[in-house]
Ligand binder design. Structure first.
Ligand code: TRP
Ligand code: ZN
Length: 884
């Protein structure tokens, strides 16, 4: 990892099939914290399809101590093989043979959390993408799939539980307080899906009977004192299993499914075959400690990892350039699942918000890449919002273009063709094409071209001809290495609303189909014109309904048209979008006023439009909360030529307070209605929706520190409120100078300091508080005795929260915010390059700021690059950020 030489670039076009295949593998582990011995027996066979009959056997390996090698039972001489920092080469490897390799590794010293490591005394693994090479020498690439038998030996007291993939086939006692267990996985898999866990863990057990009658033993393992927090994860798992059967006809394929929750984890969770390993954040929940967002996050991530069993494990990726094959598809599946379990419209809005706040900026910056990249230096840097969330949008567009029935047929065909294989994105698209009969030739550009396309829409109504002409144009800005773009195939879902707000039946010129009031247009050219007939009066077009393509829409709407859509659109996403666009217009104008030193004022028309939404009795609370939420500060900033975080914050605060002052009784009525009757705690969609709306109203009522509003906030803290309410109340308090702020945070810490996940929230709220001394306060958090630099969740809750969630602090004029984050990145790099690289992304958008900030952000990137022994992970991000 540490390597100052020019880093090697891996290219998609260089893919070659593996020289050797593995028929089966037997792994043996003798677990000791500082010296674990690993024995691997690879049953090798030369790959006839590789066309390399004389190639040596090259195995990947890193940070391993090699103790010995034997071929077909005989130790081989030191001159028959070569070892370097990254590989083991056996020159004269016969066409078949069993290679036994004995190595020693040091889990305790492993702070990178890749390979085998210890988390709170529990042995666990993380092998995706290339962590298996830190366990033993192996062809560490996803297209080498094999069957695993794993024998684990450990101290009985330290590790009563010993798990690996597949089925338990043997276990027994050994002398000296030790014991062993043997696991066998009948399904062939790539090594990135290997997992091992051993430790003193408690378990929650349940069962699920698949629709063909297989009884599956379900288990969730965690530290003993947390087994009471696994119920929601278990319920989510069973819902996921049922949903995948109902919607995709996909059944679970082993007799046991296990989840282990660990405290130290680089990402959210991992789909290892039959043995998912999770960050505790996505398993543990109980009413006193978890917020509604936590409950929903658990449901989503449990589903995501479970769905990988088919989209990822049974059919996997040929190489890491194909990552979106499993990730984009699985995110699409988890989004559909969450939409079915909760409110579909609210789910779609949440997903689009996430896409816009993280993926659009990535696609517009120096790290922009297609969902299927052409090259990388460190694959861990490509687990991006582009590969995941934009990848899911690409799958969604296929679903939109061919329709749900054909999509299901395409999925069936995909599994029929590729079960137990490692395949490419092209294989997936071809299956969809063959199943639907639809030409997806141009559509494939979504896999190759980066950047967010822009759609310009202009309409013209012809009164006498009763025709409405809609012209759509597409453009896509240049991205690194891609100055010119070919036109995309964009599905544009639309409807037309007449002046009374009624949907207009759509009849396209030259088509004799009539009737539908919503349909999908195919925008494939740079410019296309669509003529709708029998449109008596000028309509307002409702465009990109359901956000049918991941694009930026410029419809040139006047505010009156947006208000028309806001009042009448039948597509909930488009209705929400109309409100957001209206708010955006207003707030961008106010930002210009603020920057010019003009006084700020909100027009009566805007207040009236907002008031109508506020009083609308017909919409569900969760949806109304989305309608009332202002565009995020980050999203507002993105719309500016030069991002001005201070002006954005000032306007955000001004608008919240102005709306509250103008509509206070309405907000209060709403708040009382949503909090009125006492109800038992529940996390069903209705209860979550009511809390979400109540807290949105509270945000307005307390804007600008309004005394009546603050009374409600303090009231929430004083009574036995839910964690969702407490966190919202603390967030409001955190940006005030009231004495209660200190008291409340101290009391919260005293109450929860033994609960790591709640303590993370406590750190995060303070790091995100946009107050004038937020840099100094964040410095103090980093010196707090509970700050643990080796724990990724804790690092994210301070450093990640500050850099990504505190724009005015991170971008503080004097550059102290940058200096703090830069220093911590250099520190973290030596411990955990993956997490350090994530944090480095915060500096990537420097071009979007003023000259002074640009200079200081670049200087920080240069200081990071100057660190001796800098990891490949951080180097790639920092270098590309400066160049791109
Ligand atoms: N495959 C995992 C998922 O999306 C992602 C993941 C978990 C991961 N841990 C990782 C990726 C570590 C890279 C490194 O579900
Ligand atoms: Zn995934």
């Amino acid at each position: 990892m540490a390597n100052d030489a020019a880093p090697q670039v891996i290219r998609r076009e260089d893919y070659r099939p593996p020289a050797f295949l593995i028929e089966q593998v037997e792994l043996g582990f003798v677990l000791e914290p500082s010296a674990t011995r690993v024995t691997s027996r690879l049953h090798l066979r030369r790959n006839p399809e590789a066309g390399t009959p004389d190639a040596p056997l090259v195995l990947d390996g890193q940070a391993l101590t090699l103790d010995g090698i034997a071929l077909d039972g005989r130790e081989i001489a030191a001159d028959a093989y070569a070892v370097d920092d990254e590989s083991l080469t056996v020159a004269a490897m016969p066409d078949t043979g069993v290679l036994e390799v004995r190595t020693t590794i040091d889990p305790k010293a492993n702070t990178a959390l890749e390979g085998l490591y210890l988390s709170n005394g529990v042995f666990c693994t993380q092998c995706e993408a290339e962590g298996f090479r830190r366990i033993t020498y192996f062809p560490d690439r996803p297209d080498v799939m094999t069957r695993y038998t794993v024998r684990i030996e450990a101290d009985k007291a330290a590790c009563p539980v010993m798990l690996s993939n597949g089925n338990p086939i043997d276990r027994g006692e050994l002398g000296g307080g030790r014991h062993f267990a043997v696991w066998q996985d009948p399904h062939p898999k790539p090594c990135y899906l290997f997992a091992l866990v051993a430790g003193d863990l408690g378990v929650v057990r349940d069962g699920f009977t698949t629709r063909s009658g297989r009884k599956v033993d379900l288990r969730i393992y965690t530290e003993h004192d947390k087994v009471d927090q696994c119920d929601h994860a278990m319920v989510s798992l069973k819902k996921s299993m049922k949903w995948d059967e109902d919607v995709f006809g996909l059944e679970y394929d082993l007799d046991i499914f296990m989840i282990v929750a660990v405290s130290d984890f680089n990402m959210g969770a991992m789909e290892n075959k039959g043995l998912n390993i999770f960050n505790t954040k996505y398993i543990l929940a109980k009413p006193e400690t978890a917020t509604d967002a936590d409950y929903q996050g658990i449901e989503r991530v449990v589903a995501h990892e479970y769905f990988h069993n088919w989209t990822g494990d049974r059919v996997t990726c040929r190489d890491w350039f194909q990552l979106t094959l499993k990730e984009g598809l699985t995110v699409f599946r988890d989004q559909q699942f969450s939409g079915d379990m909760n409110d579909a419209a609210v789910q779609r809005i949440t997903d689009v918000r996430r896409l816009r706040s993280a993926q659009f900026p990535e696609d517009a910056g120096p790290l922009a890449h297609p969902i299927r990249p052409d090259s990388y230096i460190e694959i861990n840097n490509f687990y991006t919002t582009t590969v995941y969330e934009k990848g899911a949008e690409v799958i969604r567009m296929i679903h939109t273009l061919i329709g749900p029935k054909n999509f299901r047929r395409g999925m069936d065909l995909y599994f029929e063709r590729f079960d137990n294989q490692a395949v490419t994105c092209e294989d997936f698209v071809k299956a969809m094409e063959d199943a639907s009969g639809r030409d997806l030739g141009q559509f494939r550009r979504w896999y190759a071209q980066a950047g967010t396309p822009r759609i310009e829409a202009r309409g013209r109504h012809d009164e006498t001809g009763r025709r409405y002409t809609l012209t759509l144009r597409q453009t896509c800005p240049p991205t690194p290495g891609q100055p010119e773009k070919e036109p995309f195939h964009l599905p544009v879902a639309l409807g037309l609303l007449d002046p009374a707000g009624q949907p207009v039946p759509l009849r396209l010129e030259g088509e004799n189909t009539e009737g539908a009031t919503s349909r999908v247009l195919d925008l494939t050219e740079l410019e296309q014109t669509f003529v709708f007939e029998n449109v008596p009066s000028a309509p307002v077009p409702s465009l990109l309904r359901g956000f049918s393509a991941p694009a930026i829409l410029d419809a040139g709407y006047r505010d009156a048209e947006l208000r028309h859509l806001l009042a009448h659109d039948t597509d909930p996403f488009a209705r929400w979008e109309a409100g957001q666009t209206l708010a955006l217009h207003v707030m961008l104008a106010l930002i210009a006023d603020a920057q010019a030193g003009r006084p700020l004022a909100l027009s009566p028309g805007v207040i009236e439009a907002f008031g109508e939404v506020l009083d609308d009795q017909a919409v569900a609370p969760a949806f109304k909360a989305q309608m009332l939420a202002l565009p995020a500060q980050s999203y507002l900033g993105e719309q500016m030529a030069v991002i001005d975080p201070d002006a954005v914050l000032a306007v955000h605060r001004f608008v919240r307070k102005a709306l509250a002052d103008a509509l206070r009784p309405h907000f209060r009525t709403l708040y009382d209605a949503m909090t009125g009757e006492a109800r038992a705690f529940s996390v069903d969609a209705d209860a979550i929706g009511r809390r979400s709306l109540a807290l949105t109203a509270l945000g307005y009522l307390s804007a600008g520190g309004n005394e009546d509003g603050m009374v409600l906030v303090l009231d929430l803290l004083a009574k036995r409120a839910t964690m969702t309410e407490v966190i919202a109340a603390l967030a409001i308090l955190s940006e005030t100078e009231r004495p209660e702020r200190t008291e409340a945070f101290e009391a919260f810490h005293a109450k929860w300091r033994h609960d790591a996940l709640v303590t993370d929230k406590w750190f995060g709220l303070q790091a995100m508080a946009q107050v004038s001394d937020s840099v100094e306060r964040t410095e103090a958090l980093l010196r707090h005795p509970d700050y643990v630099a080796t724990n990724p969740n804790r690092v994210r809750s301070v450093l990640g929260a500050f850099a990504a969630g505190n724009p005015t602090g991170f971008h503080r004029e004097d550059g102290k915010g940058y200096a703090l984050v830069g220093r911590e990145i250099r520190e973290l790099d030596g411990m955990n390059p993956q997490v350090a690289a994530r944090m480095t992304q915060s500096f990537g958008r420097w071009r979007r700021y003023d000259a002074g900030r640009q200079e200081r952000m670049q200087a920080e990137l240069r200081a990071i690059l100057a660190k001796p022994g800098l990891s490949r992970d951080v180097r790639e991000i920092a270098q590309k950020s400066l160049e791109g």
